[in-house]
Design a protein around this ligand. Structure first.
Ligand code: ZN
Length: 121
């Protein structure tokens, strides 16, 4: 027994130190968790993945693809770089009917107009 006691004391000291470290850590861990990972979407034009904030959301309304920069429209949306090149690629690939699950031809004129205005072209 006289041998065990010093061992216990040592163990307590080690635990105390560990507790100290654990207290210092959660702040760092919490900060990492509170910063949410930015949602990543795929551009229907160039198929590149980008953060949702860098892409334009578009939705189909009565057979017309409408830009939804404020993301207010309900339902299925497609994501596109605010770039006329990506719009053309998406049109060529018929990506909008596919992405928006729309059977038929979609009119992309409003998105075209929106991007032309945006790019000042
Ligand atoms: Zn793109």
């Amino acid at each position: 027994m006289s041998v065990r006691r010093p061992l216990r004391r040592r163990a307590r000291i080690v635990m105390g130190r560990r507790r100290g470290t654990v207290h210092a850590c959660p702040d760092k861990v919490r900060r990492r968790r509170e910063r949410p990972a930015e949602p990543v979407r795929t551009c229907v034009g160039c198929r590149a993945r980008a953060s949702a904030s860098g892409l334009l959301r578009v939705v189909a309304v009565d057979g017309v693809v409408v830009p939804d920069p404020r993301r207010r429209y309900p339902g299925r949306g497609a994501w596109l770089h605010p770039d006329l090149g990506c719009l053309r690629l998406a049109e060529r690939r018929r990506a909008f009917p596919r992405a928006l699950r729309f059977a038929g031809t979609l009119d992309t004129a409003p998105v075209h107009a929106f991007l032309t205005q945006l790019c000042g072209d």
